[in-house]
Design a protein around this ligand. Structure first.
Ligand SMILES: NC(=O)c1ccc[n+]([C@@H]2O[C@H](COP(=O)([O-])OP(=O)(O)OC[C@H]3O[C@@H](n4cnc5c(N)ncnc54)[C@H](OP(=O)(O)O)[C@@H]3O)[C@@H](O)[C@H]2O)c1
Length: 319
């Protein structure tokens, strides 16, 4: 795997900072949900930064712009230098109407972060479907050549596009960001992680705890392992992902959870226990089929994740 460092020369932490949720959950095209007291967000990010979490992906649309604003403020107040962090500017197509807005969004993020570079710029397969391969590639090359981004990241992609990006950007293509959770193994079963490993790409996991829902199920195997190791179910899940070489990105506003998640890297399971989780599938749950070639509006991998709670109760409809 490529060793990618912060500009100051530090390795990326095993776990990163999720930012979807800061300022409320939602992109600019939807009403925000789960908005907490505004005063909670900046101290939570400062705690993460000072604990040692040193990478994150941030998108201008998250929290109607509040996510980026609070993150930038927390970074300044934390006393941690910009170049000690690996920050990815994520460009999601859902609330970007046209190329003009896309370019304005990219520029705005440099202003908010008072920086002349991002460590990586993330695009999704759905962004490419929406704006065309040539346009997106041109934009990324432009950013790379002007040193405005050090790397590029692809998100929610099929194998074909991962290979294409690898051929196109070579060493500048750093990571694929996608989803795996205890319940949802679509990328695992599709061979996406195997391909990324073969190409030396870092895999970053979004929504690793399924927004806290995984642990609420008290799945038998997770409960058993939680008791055996004296760790929380969320710690077992994060630890398992890290054992596979993945970097989960977790959003949290709770100082207790931030500490708990950080400590998830400080123990090991036996190989048999890791393998048991890797092999495990939720009984009677058959995930919806994904059209990997299209990934249209970007919801192909996102939808099973969003709909799991409903889907797994009606297995016959999906089989
Ligand atoms: N590339 C993409 O397409 C994509 C898509 C979605 C998300 N993302 C990124 O992935 C990040 C993570 O995903 P997410 O925020 O949707 O979900 P998540 O990180 O799986 O879950 C966050 C939720 O879990 C709770 N939580 C965190 N640690 C916990 C613990 N130890 N015990 C109990 N509850 C815990 C948090 O509540 P508390 O505040 O109470 O801790 C929060 O409500 C996002 O923030 C975003 O940056 C990327």
């Amino acid at each position: 795997m490529k060793t990618v460092l912060t500009k100051s020369g530090k390795e990326l932490s095993p776990i990163g900072i999720g930012t979807y949720g800061i300022g409320g959950r939602g992109h600019r095209d939807v009403k925000l949900k789960d908005k907490k007291d505004e005063s909670i967000y900046v101290p939570a990010i400062i705690t993460q930064l000072q604990t040692g979490y040193n990478f994150s992906e941030i998108s201008l649309g998250y929290g109607h712009g509040k996510s980026a604003e609070y993150f930038a403020r927390a970074r300044r107040e934390s006393g941690i230098e910009r170049d000690e962090l690996f920050l990815t500017n994520s460009i999601y197509p859902r609330d970007i109407l046209d190329l003009k807005v896309l370019k304005e969004d990219v520029e705005k993020m440099y202003e908010i972060f008072e920086t002349d570079y991002f460590d990586s710029t993330l695009v999704t397969q759905s962004l490419i479907v929406k704006f065309g391969y040539e346009q997106v590639i041109k934009m990324l090359w432009d950013l790379l050549k002007k040193n405005r981004t050090r790397y590029v990241t692809l998100s929610n992609s099929n194998k074909k596009l991962i290979k294409q990006f690898h051929d196109e950007f070579k060493g500048s293509f750093f990571a694929h960001e996608t989803h795996i959770s205890y319940e949802i193994r679509l990328c695992q079963d599709e061979g996406i992680f195997d391909l990324s490993n073969k190409l030396g790409l870092q895999t970053i996991i979004w929504r690793p705890l399924r927004q806290g829902l995984t642990a609420q199920h008290n799945w038998e195997l997770l409960l058993k392992l939680s008791e055996k190791y004296g760790k929380t179910q969320n710690q077992i899940v994060l630890n398992w992902m890290m054992s596979l070489g993945f970097k989960p990105e977790v959003f949290s506003t709770s100082i207790t959870h931030i500490k708990e998640n950080w400590e998830a890297m400080q123990f090991e399971l036996t190989k048999d226990d890791y393998d048991a989780i890797t092999r495990h599938r939720i009984p009677n749950y058959s995930p919806p089929k994904i059209n990997w070639d299209n990934m249209g509006n970007g919801d192909s991998i996102v939808l099973p994740v969003m709909n799991f709670e409903e889907d797994y109760k009606k297995p016959t409809q999906n089989q």
